[in-house]
Design a protein around this ligand. Structure first.
Ligand SMILES: *Cc1c(COP(=O)(O)O)cnc(C)c1O
Length: 381
């Protein structure tokens, strides 16, 4: 047995050479580092990475190599992961609800930045976290649309409550800041503008100058056909809106992208197990595996079909119903999916832009979900 090849050229080479029976996620460190540098160069403030979107160690290591120095963490596991892989990095514990044992764990790990969206959780932080050099960011929400789904449904205080919490955090000796999340895959930059304006109003109501304003994640990745969203346009709008809203009281900006950083760094290879009576496509992965997000935020349009020999299928497109491998009837992609008419059993359906919320939400339900992660130089072809 020779050494196994560990870095592939591109997805079609993996298909041709391995003809894998299990789902394969292909990671391009080059693509990830390029996106990270776009954020670091273009975003007018501090760039942190939302670990939950993809906690793979290779991802963290490549972000650190590209220069990312802060991480948004939500659990003791994520805190320990980042402390091990990036010992000097800043940890932003931005899950606004925590158990007391979780708070104690984070204090021991040296967490200095916390978010909060309620009186009861602020009481816990004031009681358990030494205020000195510690920042509390009040998370607020607005009823604005623009994203793939509404993040305000679970977390975020109203503007009035946020002003009260900001005042209390400042009075308790913490560094007062504000944070929001416009919702994931936010393709309408006007959402950020609306939030930033309200952030300045919250500060005015509270009579508190915010030290930092964290504009969340929500930066979109490339899911639809057509040109990719232009991150730099969103950065420019955030920059302008902050100056307009705050003037000389402008806070330091922070962002915490998950999807926008890692989404386009992975391509997902699935196999056609069956083409049932020329109608239904059954893949070896579905909504209990790497495709969990599709019913929540819509199908990815950037799909290709490859033959086992590594030739791309073309020709007319046919709308088909696509099922995952489990025996559960909800295991299907939303609506119909346009796929080349030539598609055959044994072909590979390749989904681009699958770096976020794909490996992280994979389950072993019904005995499926044996997902392999490999590395490639490029994700095209
Ligand atoms: C999930 C999450 C993020 C990342 O969101 P994306 O839409 O993936 O960019 C950022 N901040 C917080 C607090 C989150 O919960």
């Amino acid at each position: 047995m020779g050494l196994s090849k560990t870095i592939w050229t591109q997805p079609s080479e993996i298909i041709r050479t391995k003809q894998p029976d299990h789902p394969v996620l292909v990671f391009s460190p080059t693509a990830l580092q390029a996106t990270a540098r776009r954020f670091l160069k273009g975003f007018p403030g501090v760039v942190t990475y939302a670990v939950k979107s993809n906690p793979d160690e290779m991802v963290i290591q490549n972000l650190v190599a590209a220069g990312v120095k802060g991480f948004d963490v939500a659990s003791p596991f994520e805190i320990d992961l980042i402390r091990r892989l990036a010992p000097g990095a800043a940890l932003h514990y931005h899950n606004p609800v925590r158990g007391r044992e979780e708070i104690a764990h984070a204090v021991r790990a040296g967490v200095k930045t916390w978010s909060v969206d309620s009186r009861s959780e602020l009481d816990k932080l004031i009681e358990m976290v030494p205020a000195e050099k510690c920042e509390i960011s009040v998370r607020f929400k607005l009823p604005v649309q623009g994203a793939a789904y509404n993040f305000g449904a679970k977390f975020g205080a109203t503007a009035d409550l946020a002003a009260e919490l900001l005042r209390r955090a400042a009075d308790a000796g913490f560094i007062p800041s504000l944070t929001f999340h416009p919702g994931t895959q936010c393709t309408d930059p006007a959402a950020w503008e609306a939030y930033i304006l309200v952030a300045s109003e919250i500060c005015a109501t509270a009579g508190v100058r915010a030290h930092r304003l964290n504009v969340g994640g929500g930066f979109p990745n490339h899911r639809k056909m057509g040109p990719a969203p232009v991150l730099e346009d969103i950065f420019a709008l955030i920059d302008r809106a902050t100056t307009e809203a705050f003037g000389s009281d402008r806070p330091i900006l922070v962002c915490e992208p998950g999807r926008g950083l890692v989404g386009d760094a992975f391509t997902h290879i699935t196999k056609v197990k069956a083409l049932r009576d020329d109608t239904h496509v059954f893949l070896n992965d579905g909504v209990y595996g790497g495709l969990a997000e599709l019913p929540l935020i819509g199908n990815i349009e950037r799909i290709e079909v490859w033959s086992p020999e590594g030739f791309e299928r073309g020709g007319d497109m046919v709308e088909r119903i696509v099922f995952g491998p489990t025996c559960d009837s909800v295991d299907r992609l939303p609506g119909d999916v346009a796929l080349p008419a030539e598609l055959s059993e044994g072909d590979y359906v390749v989904f681009h832009g699958m770096g976020a919320y794909c490996s992280a939400t994979n389950t072993r339900f019904n005995g499926f979900g044996q997902m392999e992660i490999v590395t490639a130089l490029a994700l095209k072809g």
